[in-house]
Design a binder for this molecule. Structure first.
Ligand code: SF4
Length: 416
C-alpha cells in the first residue's frame, strides 16, 4: 500500500469518525498539572464546538480514529472489513503530535479518539491508552480526552483508560440485542454491558475514595456515554427510550447519544436504503431530556403514541400536555417546581427564574415573556396574575395550532 501523508490520513480518519455521535464534552474538570504549567488547561469548562458533522451536530474536539482498518464486520459501519473504503492508520506519536499541534493553534481543546478493531480488542485498547498516557505523562496535557473503550478489552486496560481519559464511551450501537447479534456478528451485548459495568465500577470506586486521606486517582471524571444508532433496525422509539432508560439506571451514564442511521457508501443490503427522518433523532433527544431533567417516566412520554413512535409534529412535552389537558392550566404563582416543569414552553432555567421571581411579586404574562423570550406556547397552559386561558375546551383546535410539519433538513436542538 502506498505511504499516505499525514494530511491524507487526517482526511480519512476524521471523516471516518464523523459517524460517532458520542463525543460531546461536558462535566469534565480541569486536571491538575504536575508542573503547574501543563498543556491544554480547559479553564473550568471542557470542550469547544469548532466542527459540525454533515447533519448539523456541533463537535468540539479533534475527533479522529486511530485507524479505520477493522477486523469486524458490523453491517452499519463504513469501516467494516468488507467495506471498500480508503484505509489509513495513525501511529501513536502522530496522534499525540496532531493533538498538541491543534491545541496550540487553538483549534481544539481536546481529543476524541476511537478506532477500528485491529488484531484484537486488547491490542486496540492498548494503542488508544498509549496515546492518552503519552499526552498526559510526557506532555503534561490537561485538555479533555474522550477515549473509546473497545468492548471486550480487559479489565486492566479499561482501568488504565479511565485513569487517563476524562470520558469513556462504549457504544451500545443498537437498541435491541437481537439487532446487534444480527448486524454486528463479532460483538455481543454481554461484552458491551460488561465494559460499561467496569467503567461504572471505576467511577464509583474513585468517588467512594475521594474523601479519604489518600483518595483514589481520578477515573473518567466526566463519566461515560454511549451511542445508539436510530433507524438501522426495526426498533421503535419506545424500544430506544426504554433501552436508554435502563442504561442510565444500570450504568450511571452521563448521556446517551442518538445517531440517525446514514446509508453509508457501499451499504449492506440488510440495512434500509434511506435514513430516518432527522426529526426522529431530535424527538428522541427531547424525550431523553425529559427523562433526565424534567422528571418524566418513559411510559408517560410514550403513552398514547402510535406504535410506540414519538409524534414528529409535536415535541414530546407539548404532546404530553395536550394529552393531559385536565392537569392545566397551572398557576405559575403557586405551583410547585415539579408542576412548573411540566408546562410546555418553560425550561429548567425558566422554572428556576419563576421560583425566584415570585418571591418578589405575583408573576404576570409580561414577566413570563421576558423570562422565556416567547409565550406563544405556554399561554395556553398557565394562569398568572393577569392571565387565564379561555379556550381550554377547544382541544382539537389547540392541538392543530401547535402541529407543524417536520422539516427534512438539519434540526436545531431546542429544549423546551
Ligand atoms: S467494530 Fe464495527 S462499528 Fe467499530 S469500526 Fe469495526 S466495523 Fe465499525
Amino acid at each position: 500500500m502506498a505511504q499516505l501523508n499525514l494530511t491524507r490520513k487526517l482526511e480519512i480518519l476524521s471523516d471516518a469518525a464523523k459517524y460517532d455521535a458520542s463525543c460531546a464534552s461536558s462535566g469534565g474538570e480541569r486536571r491538575s498539572s504536575r508542573s503547574g504549567r501543563g498543556v491544554g488547561a480547559v479553564t473550568g469548562r471542557s470542550g469547544v464546538c469548532h466542527a459540525y458533522t454533515p447533519d448539523g451536530r456541533c463537535i468540539s474536539l479533534l475527533k479522529i480514529l486511530l485507524t479505520n482498518f477493522c477486523v469486524y464486520d458490523c453491517a452499519y459501519c463504513v469501516n467494516r472489513i468488507s467495506s471498500n473504503t480508503p484505509r489509513a492508520r495513525f501511529s501513536v506519536d502522530e496522534v499525540v503530535a496532531l493533538t498538541l499541534d491543534f491545541y496550540k493553534r487553538n483549534y481544539v481543546e481536546g481529543l476524541f479518539l476511537s478506532s477500528g478493531v485491529i488484531q484484537s480488542a486488547d491490542y486496540t485498547q492498548e494503542q488508544l491508552n498509549c496515546v492518552a498516557k503519552t499526552l498526559r505523562d510526557q506532555h503534561d496535557f490537561r485538555g479533555y480526552i474522550h477515549l473509546k473503550l473497545i468492548a471486550g478489552a480487559s479489565p486492566e486496560l479499561a482501568q488504565t483508560a479511565g485513569l487517563y481519559a476524562d470520558r469513556l464511551s462504549v457504544n451500545i450501537e443498537l437498541p435491541k440485542d437481537e439487532s446487534l447479534v444480527r448486524l454486528a456478528p463479532e460483538k455481543t451485548p454481554a461484552s458491551i454491558r460488561q465494559s460499561m459495568g467496569r467503567v461504572r465500577f471505576g467511577i464509583e470506586t474513585a468517588k467512594d475514595f475521594s474523601h479519604r486521606k489518600t483518595p483514589a486517582p481520578k477515573f473518567a471524571g466526566a463519566g461515560q456515554s454511549t451511542q445508539m444508532i436510530v433507524g438501522a433496525d426495526d426498533a421503535s422509539d419506545a424500544d430506544i427510550i426504554g433501552r436508554a432508560d435502563s442504561l442510565y439506571a444500570a450504568y450511571g451514564l452521563k448521556r446517551v447519544y442518538y445517531s440517525a442511521f446514514s446509508p453509508i457508501p457501499d451499504t449492506s443490503s440488510v440495512l434500509p436504503s434511506t435514513r430516518p427522518h432527522l426529526m426522529r433523532e431530535h424527538r428522541l433527544y427531547q424525550a431523553d431530556w425529559l427523562m433526565r431533567q424534567y422528571g418524566f417516566g418513559q411510559a408517560e412520554i410514550l403513552d398514547g403514541q402510535d406504535g410506540g413512535m414519538l409524534d414528529l409534529e409535536l415535541d414530546p412535552k407539548l404532546a404530553w400536555a395536550l394529552r393531559h389537558r385536565g392537569q392545566f392550566p397551572v398557576d405559575v404563582n403557586t405551583a410547585d417546581k415539579e408542576r412548573l416543569l411540566r408546562i410546555p414552553g418553560l425550561g429548567v432555567r425558566s422554572v428556576k427564574r419563576v421560583l425566584a421571581l415570585r418571591r418578589t411579586h405575583r408573576i404576570t404574562l409580561e414577566d413570563l415573556r421576558s423570562l422565556t423570550g416567547s409565550i406563544k406556547t405556554l399561554k395556553a397552559f398557565v394562569v398568572c396574575a393577569d392571565w387565564r386561558p379561555t379556550s381550554l375546551s377547544d382541544e382539537a383546535g389547540l392541538e392543530a395550532k401547535f402541529r407543524t410539519a417536520p422539516r427534512r433538513g438539519p434540526v436545531q436542538l431546542s429544549l423546551f
